[in-house]
Design a protein around this ligand. Structure first.
Ligand SMILES: [Zn+2]
Length: 148
């Protein structure tokens, strides 16, 4: 498995943080709208129209950055190592009561599926003389030396 660069892991966590901040900004507009209704002629400037927009942009950009962090830039096809990610997330995970583990667990399932597909592709060829199994691409039997 290829190594995941520190930059990509950082990108993953920055994206996650941006999504969190964006979500808080986004929902905060409902609270400020509610307080404005109670005090329509108050001294406050009213709900800011920027915060929900900034919040949404942050959530979208955050998810994109997280994706890049997890999967690498388009075309690299390199996935974040679930085992390594689980180690990295351990302190966060303990605070959140295993929620992150469930997410990582899903990545694990995908990982296992891909691995089992690869395993099935390894085809062995039976030697006609001695019956021992050889790799598909082998020209000669590794046991008796006869041509396959
Ligand atoms: Zn043989």
């Amino acid at each position: 498995m290829a190594k995941i660069s520190q930059e990509r892991k950082t990108a993953y966590y920055i994206g996650m943080g941006m999504m969190g901040i964006g979500f808080i900004l986004f929902i905060s507009v409902f609270f400020s709208a509610a307080s404005l209704m109670n005090d329509p002629f108050g001294s406050s400037m009213g709900p800011s129209f920027e915060s929900p927009v900034i919040g949404m942009v942050l959530m979208i950009v955050g998810s994109i950055i997280m994706n890049i962090g997890a999967k690498g830039t388009a075309g690299s096809g390199l996935l974040l190592d679930p085992k390594k990610a689980r180690e990295d997330m351990k302190p966060f995970n303990e605070a959140k009561g295993g929620m992150i583990n469930d997410v990582i667990g899903n990545i694990d399932i995908v990982d296992k599926m891909t691995n089992s597909c690869e395993a099935r592709e390894v085809i062995k060829v039976k030697c006609r003389s001695c019956g021992s199994l050889n790799d598909e691409d082998a020209r000669f039997c590794k046991s008796c030396g006869k041509e396959l």
